[in-house]
Design a binder for this molecule. Structure first.
Ligand code: I3P
Length: 158
């Protein structure tokens, strides 16, 4: 299987293959389909978009995996799923709706790229602005004050 490493693409998003498990539909409702599925994932415009594969994304950007709507990342929370021990390199995304997904990346490096990327986008989607830094822990504030704000990898602002 050809797995593309995630990285910034032409229009400044992150995209790549992940294995996904939808765990919770909402806080109280488990997802009806909790099987792991390979999804071509695109982080773009404050949302995560899922496709069957890269070709579908390139040729039919509106044809989402199983017709799913993009997942809005505002107030989303992403973290390494260290409590999930059945698979390696798994991170968890919790949404403000109570929805919850697990994602398996190919390796530790890819997992961290996604976690950092989604973290950054969900903060921005939650409402960027000067007041935002005040809600971050001190260590993050120091980082934000560094001259090169986006040193890890670049998510271009449009
Ligand atoms: C699911 C599948 C998943 C499993 C999930 C099952 O069954 O085996 O791998 O999640 O467990 O429901 P199916 O493919 O028949 O839908 P794990 O890999 O995390 O165990 P769950 O019901 O505990 O979420």
């Amino acid at each position: 299987m050809n797995i593309k490493r995630p990285g910034p693409s032409e229009d400044g998003v992150i995209e790549g293959s992940l294995i996904r498990k939808h765990e919770w539909e909402s806080t109280t409702k488990k997802a009806s389909n909790r099987s792991w599925s390979a999804v071509y994932t695109v982080l773009k415009g404050g949302s995560l978009l899922f496709y069957k594969d890269q070709k579908n994304f390139k040729t039919q950007p509106d044809a989402y995996f199983r017709g799913e709507n993009p997942v809005d990342l505002s107030s989303g929370n992403v973290e390494v799923a260290s409590d999930y021990t059945k698979k390696k390199n798994v991170f968890r995304l919790k949404l403000s709706s109570g929805g919850e997904y697990l994602f398996q990346a190919r390796d530790d490096e890819e997992m961290n790229l996604w976690v950092r990327g989604i973290q950054e986008v969900s903060l921005e989607a939650a409402g960027a602005g000067p007041s935002r830094a005040q809600t971050l822990p001190a260590s993050s504030m120091e980082k934000k004050d560094e001259p090169k704000k986006r040193g890890f990898f670049t998510l271009k602002k449009k």
